[in-house]
Design a protein around this ligand. Structure first.
Ligand code: NAD
Length: 335
């Protein structure tokens, strides 16, 4: 099938081209995002393949329909960037990569936790400058602490497995419980109770109208003084301004982010020669107890291989007229 692939970086092309040897789709790569201005790059391709920052709102979906596009293949798990009602209305099928490597994201969340709890990000810089003082580097152990996981789907469950191995007590909140987590001894509690009891809170729910700003002034108020907050889900699950206020008052003692509310203006690009005009993001960077990575939790060789394989398989599945197991419907966006 002819496919217009948007928002590509060299690494996307490398993995897709390698795996496509088994599928033989005709891939046209575009490094730009899919927007109303770039839609003309879709010639007579029945499929567009997009990533997390491509905004497939009603306007874009209408234009894709006029171009004869029948399939939107997401190269990611989250689908909050697609107007599923509009896609349904225009008869465009939407498929995604629901599970590529939950361990990639779970391990990155643990990486953020350990870097923050042992202040490795600060130690790295000190040692390079010949400063071997331990003042200010006092850490804490995850062993015997309580970690609260919000959303025990694939990634939350992978994280629960790792944390129970550390001897951490794991509690969780989700709209549905998960058998694997039950077997691991994870205790399901309400979101408010999770906020009250956790030393570390890690977010692994999707961004939906229900989870938008789930972490806000009210929920932060419930949390322990000095709590560690980790967000590798979607930026807007956390109210950044409320989080900054809580960092200023030391209510939040550690913040690890792989995602950010306004990340589409920053992440995945080299802006090192530019002035960053996002003052909220710049304020976050001033805190010594904040560690930010630029949406790289998924970025492992294993996950990239799996993403390319599932994406191309999804396209083949659609082409052969089969119902694809990774199809998303408007109902999936509802809790
Ligand atoms: P999943 O669908 O397997 O699990 C999501 C879980 O969240 C489900 O158990 C669901 O019931 C639960 N949930 C839904 N609404 C909730 C609510 N209001 N409160 C608590 N729990 C709720 O998804 P997953 O594969 O584990 O991925 C989770 C999220 O991680 C994705 O939606 C995506 O946004 C994000 N993600 C980020 C990266 C990254 O690189 N940073 C990579 C992959 C996924």
């Amino acid at each position: 099938m002819k496919v217009s692939v948007f928002s590509t970086k060299p690494y996307d092309e490398e993995f897709l081209e390698r795996i496509n040897k088994d599928f033989n789709h005709q891939l046209s790569f575009h490094s730009c995002p899919l927007t109303p201005d770039t839609i003309n790059l879709v010639e007579d391709d029945p499929c567009v393949c997009v990533f997390v920052h491509d905004k497939l709102n009603r306007k874009v979906i209408e234009a894709l329909h006029q171009k004869g596009v029948k399939l939107i293949a997401l190269r990611c798990a989250g689908f909050n960037n697609v107007d599923l009602d509009a896609a349904k209305e225009y008869g465009i099928v939407v498929v995604r990569v629901p599970a590529y490597s939950p361990e990639a994201v779970a391990e990155h969340a643990v990486g953020l936790m350990l870097s923050l709890s042992r202040k490795i990000h600060r130690a790295y810089n000190r040692v390079r400058e010949g400063n071997f003082s331990l003042n200010g580097l006092l850490g804490f152990e995850l062993h015997s602490k309580t970690a609260g996981i919000v959303g025990t789907g694939r990634i939350g469950t992978a994280l629960a497995k790792i944390l129970t191995g550390f001897g951490t007590t794991v509690i969780a909140s989700d709209i549905k419980s998960n058998e694997t987590c039950h077997k691991l001894g994870v205790e399901y509690v309400s979101f408010d109770e999770l906020c009250r009891r956790s030393d570390v809170i890690s977010l692994h729910c999707p961004l939906t109208p229900d989870t938008y700003h789930l972490i806000d002034e009210q929920s932060i108020d419930l949390m322990k003084q000095g709590v560690m907050l980790i967000n590798t889900s979607r930026g807007a699950v956390l109210d950044t301004q409320a989080t900054i206020e809580a960092l200023k008052s030391n209510k939040i003692g550690y913040l690890g982010l792989d995602v950010y509310e306004q990340e589409e203006h920053l992440f995945f690009e080299d802006l090192s020669d530019k002035v960053i005009t996002d003052d909220v993001f710049e304020r976050l960077l001033t805190f010594p107890n904040v560690l930010i990575t630029g949406h790289q939790a998924f970025f492992t060789a294993e996950a990239m291989t799996s993403i390319a394989h599932t994406t191309l398989q999804n396209i083949s599945c659609f082409e052969s007229g089969d119902t694809c197991a990774t199809l998303i419907t408007a109902d999936d966006a509802k809790p």
